[in-house]
Write a protein that binds this ligand. Structure first.
Ligand code: PLP
Length: 399
């Protein structure tokens, strides 16, 4: 008899986006003359940079020629040209990692969820509240218990390590989805110190690092002392370079990072993760890896930065709106998310904003209890829509 892995029975229904979709659909059907502006989207809307498209076209041409055709990639960890380009990218902002610590994947979500496979069921996983739901779901799926670190207004939505509790695996995300909060170096150092004291591993999700423009803020956990002893970093080209539909990301695992065996003997995380990937993953398409390589060229960086600047201009428009309204928010400066205090339960505000002003966002409570009373908007829409949505928000909130 085939039996389900127990963790799956403990998963909560993911109501958030289903519920949003249902409410919007019903509203649009009942009000076909009132166009809705979607400010809840976490997907990018600008197309790929030309240099990326050209690189992928060239690579597609190579795949059609006997001499340059490629089949399976031997290692499944990514071609050296891309792993070296990623290491060079880190170096460009002052972080030293080596190319053989970089593993190429099909996006941060896969590794972010799958990496929990490496850690035994008895590991206690720590996540923040509010949280990107993937960390919770993947931990629940493979039977781990979860503890939460509060991230609330009093701490600018950047959680601090709970020094009275012990964790084995810690998910951190900065710039944060959903709150837009970004860890300072000192805040991140506190997490690294805590992880080392717990002999824990931090899984650091830096999917939005490219949105950080303040040079005093760390773009990588490896900018912090001793992080190589306790952290894995997840990164992605999805938001950096518009790869949400193209699919490419990378995970950095320092060679010296250790976890522990049955008798407390230290084991290499990189070795075991490479072993896991060798058995369960056959790599990212050559064509996509060539496109990703182009992102890290000078021209690619310039073109991607233009796109990020477009989104961050939308974020600026949102921040100016909330500044003018005197409403507290986080994000929007070094992050494409703006997380603001909506003055009522999140779902009530969702309904009000949709019915009165035809603007859709994401209720903060969908990311955890501390999110209630907050609301997430994203900068990934068009400038026209952002300007119009903010005009409507001002009208609503001024009344
Ligand atoms: N991590 C965070 C914090 C995200 O918000 C997202 C996507 O929205 C991802 C990871 C997933 O990224 P990818 O498209 O690389 O799988």
């Amino acid at each position: 008899m085939a039996r389900i892995s127990k963790g799956f029975l403990n998963l909560k229904e993911n109501y958030l986006f289903v519920e949003i979709g249902r409410k919007v659909r019903e509203y649009v059907e009942a009000n076909p003359d009132k166009p809705v502006i979607r400010m809840g989207i976490g997907d990018v809307t600008l197309p790929l940079a030309p240099v990326v498209v050209e690189a992928m076209q060239r690579a597609a041409g190579e795949m059609g020629v006997k001499e340059t055709f490629r089949g399976y990639e031997d290692s499944g960890r990514g071609y050296d040209f891309l792993r070296e380009a990623v290491a060079g990218y880190y170096k460009s902002y002052g972080v030293e990692i080596s190319a053989d610590e970089v593993l190429i994947n099909d996006g941060a979500k896969s590794d972010g969820g799958n990496i929990t496979d490496l850690f035994g069921e008895d590991n206690v996983v720590l996540v923040s509240d509010p949280v990107y739901p993937v960390y919770v779901d993947s931990s629940v799926m493979n039977g781990k218990s979860i503890i939460f670190a509060d991230a609330n207004e009093s701490m600018g939505f950047s959680p601090a390590p709970p020094l009275d509790k012990k964790a084995d695996l810690i998910y951190l995300c900065s710039p944060n989805n959903p709150t837009g909060a970004v860890f300072t170096r000192a805040q991140l150092q506190a997490w690294v110190d805590y992880a080392i004291a717990c002999k824990a591993v931090i899984i650091y999700d830096a999917a939005y690092e490219a949105f950080i423009s303040d040079e005093t803020l760390p773009r990588s956990i490896f900018a912090v002392e001793n992080a190589r002893k306790c952290a894995i970093e997840l990164c992605s080209l999805s938001k950096t370079a518009g790869f949400t539909g193209t699919r490419c990301g990378y995970t950095v695992i320092p060679k010296e990072l250790e976890f522990y065996g049955e008798n407390g003997e230290p084991l290499s995380v990189l070795k075991y993760w490479s072993r896991r990937q060798g058995s369960k993953f056959n790599g990212v398409p050559y064509i996509v890896q060539r496109g990703a390589e182009a992102v890290f060229t000078a021209e690619g960086q310039a073109q991607c930065r233009e796109r990020i600047a477009y989104y961050m201009d939308n974020a600026r428009i949102m921040c100016e709106t909330f500044d003018a309204l005197g409403i507290a928010y986080t994000g929007g400066k070094n992050s494409p998310y703006v997380w603001f205090k909506c003055g009522m339960p999140s779902w009530d505000f969702f309904d009000l904003l949709l019915s009165e002003k035809q603007v859709v966002g994401t209720p903060g409570v969908g990311f955890g209890k501390n999110g209630d009373g907050y609301f997430r908007l994203t900068a990934f829409g068009s400038k026209e829509n952002t300007v119009e949505a903010m005009k409507r928000v001002r009208e609503l909130m001024n009344n």
